[in-house]
Ligand binder design. Structure first.
Ligand code: ADP
Ligand code: MG
Ligand code: ZN
Length: 600
């Protein structure tokens, strides 16, 4: 639909431009010379004008033939209110007539006709377009946009850091290469393979690599594309897809972002007829085909928990391959892979970068290398150094520096104390992530300043006291503002949101409150891979319990608030000095602040 609109707009522009061209062309063909009125008067005085037709707005006429030219030259000029004109014309013996102009035929010729022609062409195109899409009524034979790639260059060597997933997919590649070998021994091949993992870990890349490695056709379509379709088209597309694939076997059908299509039926506020029909069709097709013909169905999702259980049943997407965020060795491998074509300075130690980036996905890491290379170019360097890599890491975490966002002096001071507050609390509390850097250069969409804390190792569990420390660090900014200015600002809102979320999870999900005990009150469809929480269903607990939860959350927050306050009270001098240095330099490192703290 969108394509059509933009097509039309361009067409209108083109048509207007062409009409203007044609208009000028007709004028040029008639060889009418447009004269300024002053020149016309000079010609009259010089006795060079033969005839004039005086219209209400224009004067047109002919010049006396000059020299060898036999033809009289045509001219026209805009009529000006000139009382002397008639006298002048008489004086020089120019024949003149008054005419009531009808510009009708000229207009028809030069404007309306070309416009009509273009209108005609347009109409023709629209009809053609309609036919190509089978018209809106004829959805059955939709020639849907199915991408079929035959010669994929991506191989497993282009995917790093996810060795387990690669190992599991090797069997599939073997099968696609030599299906006979497998079927002869009666081996069973999974029909559907679901790649699950957080965004950016290389699921799409892996699916393509499997096709590339096996050298088979790769049909791909994205779940969200199905959903955008008109009623009935989605299902028709699925049918088409499978038909085409069967002709091209051995091949892979890949449904990216399966969750957009395969959300559990009846979930969410509005049921979506269209999506359900498409999903049903997919299930029907999956049941109907025999993998022995050499068609393998793959799909990717980052939210397996919301998929319709029917999709995961045996004989459908029953083989799950987890594509998780890489560990340190994996990160190093991915960094190396992407840095293959980037000239690195000997000091640019990728191991260092890998150590600094727990929790980063493959896409993040690829992004870091890219950003670092761009930075080096901007700085006029030949090689990418460690400083560019570090800056790129920060960029990926916190967004771009906004140097031109100017804070006034008061705001800057406040931000400096706020960030120093966070950092001091983090440094003082054991088990907090190490403070790398504190900055009051605005970054990203909303951050006016930030404290960069990076974990020192990959973590899979968090203890209660670590969570509490996290809350205290988050509240540290607000506490510092309160201590120094006696009043707080709006800058701490995001911190409060995060702190409250942690406290809530402690009470409701992890059973970390003594009052409520080891009980989980929240059985939401927690997302395994996404940071966002799926809309929390209110658990089935009583009003009294709800009140207890609120009390407990408040207690945890209050306790940590007091703790942060005590810490910063004791370190008042360090807070003042740290903020002063930060204001002066705009950026200080964690170790500098540590030194300041120890000195005071
Ligand atoms: P997903 O589909 O899981 O969201 P993509 O496959 O689209 O992630 O990954 C996006 C990009 O990030 C890839 O094109 C690739 O450049 C990079 N990338 C992600 N994971 C890896 C990996 N494991 N190895 C190499 N590159 C990766
Ligand atoms: Mg993807
Ligand atoms: Zn803050």
């Amino acid at each position: 639909m969108n394509k059509k609109v933009s097509f039309s707009i361009w067409y209108v522009f083109l048509a207007i431009w062409a009409v203007i061209l044609v208009h000028d062309l007709i004028h040029a063909l008639q060889k009418i010379e447009e004269l300024p009125y002053s020149e016309f008067r000079q010609l009259v005085t010089a006795g060079k004008v033969a005839e004039v037709a005086v219209g209400s707005q224009t004067l047109t006429g002919t010049l006396k033939p000059e020299g060898e030219a036999k033809e009289a030259k045509l001219f026209s000029t805009i009529r000006v209110d000139d009382q002397d004109l008639v006298r002048e014309l008489n004086q020089h013996g120019v024949k003149f007539v008054g005419v009531i102009e009808t510009t009708f035929w000229r207009d028809v010729l030069s404007w309306i006709l070309p416009a009509a022609i273009f209108g005609g062409i347009w109409y023709f195109f629209i009809r053609r377009l309609g036919q190509a899409q089978g018209g809106f009524m004829q959805v059955g034979q939709s020639k849907a946009k199915i991408y079929a790639e035959t010669d994929i260059k991506v191989t497993l060597a282009d995917v790093a850091g996810v060795d387990e997933a690669k190992e599991e997919l090797r069997e599939v590649i073997e099968f696609l290469k030599t299906p006979e070998k497998f079927t002869r021994l009666g081996g069973k091949i999974p029909k559907g393979i679901l790649l699950v993992g957080p965004p950016g870990t290389g699921k799409t890349l892996l699916a393509r690599a499997v096709a590339g490695e096996a050298g088979v056709t790769f049909f791909s379509i994205s779940g969200s594309e199905f959903v955008e379709m008109f009623v009935g088209v989605g299902a028709a597309r699925v049918r088409d897809l499978f038909e085409q694939a069967k002709l091209k076997a051995p091949c892979i059908i890949f449904v990216d972002e399966l969750d957009a299509l395969g959300k559990a039926r009846g979930m969410g506020p509005a049921t979506n007829e269209e999506r359900e029909q498409t999903l049903n069709q997919l299930l029907v097709e999956m049941d109907g085909f025999d993998p022995r013909i050499g068609v393998i169905l793959m799909a990717a999702t980052n939210r397996p928990e919301i998929l319709d259980p029917a999709l995961l049943r045996a004989g459908r997407f029953d083989r799950h391959v987890v594509v998780d965020r890489p560990d340190k060795i994996g990160r190093l491998a991915i960094l190396r892979l992407h840095a293959k074509h980037v000239p690195l300075d000997p000091d640019a130690d990728l191991e260092n970068v890998a150590a600094m980036t727990p929790g980063f996905s493959g896409a993040d890491l690829a992004n870091i290398i890219n950003e670092a290379a761009l930075l080096a170019v901007r700085r006029g360097k030949e090689l990418v150094g460690l400083s560019e890599l570090q800056e790129a890491v920060e960029r990926v975490i916190a967004g771009l520096e906004k140097k031109n966002r100017v804070l006034n002096k008061m705001e800057k001071e406040r931000v400096a104390y706020h960030e120093t507050g966070h950092a001091l609390v983090a440094i003082s509390l054991p088990g907090s992530d190490q403070v790398q850097k504190i900055s009051i250069i605005p970054r990203g969409v909303a951050a006016l300043g930030y404290t960069l804390q990076l974990p020192t190792e990959d973590r899979f569990l968090m203890t209660k006291s670590e969570l509490e420390s996290k809350i205290a660090v988050l509240l540290g900014g607000r506490v510092a503002e309160e201590l120094i200015f006696g009043e707080i600002s709006t800058g701490a809102q995001n911190d409060l949101v995060k702190a409250t979320d942690i406290a809530k999870s402690m009470v409701k999900a992890y059973g970390m409150s003594e009052k409520l005990g080891a009980i989980t009150l929240e059985r939401e469809r927690q997302s395994q891979f996404m940071q966002v929480q799926a809309a929390a269903e209110k658990g089935d607990y009583s009003e009294a319990t709800a009140r207890d939860i609120d009390c407990e959350v408040r207690r945890i927050i209050d306790e940590q608030y007091e703790r942060a306050k005590r810490l910063l009270d004791q370190r008042h001098a360090a807070l003042v000095e740290g903020a002063r240095v930060l204001l002066e330099q705009e950026v200080i490192s964690g170790s500098e602040l540590r030194t300041i703290m120890e000195a005071h």
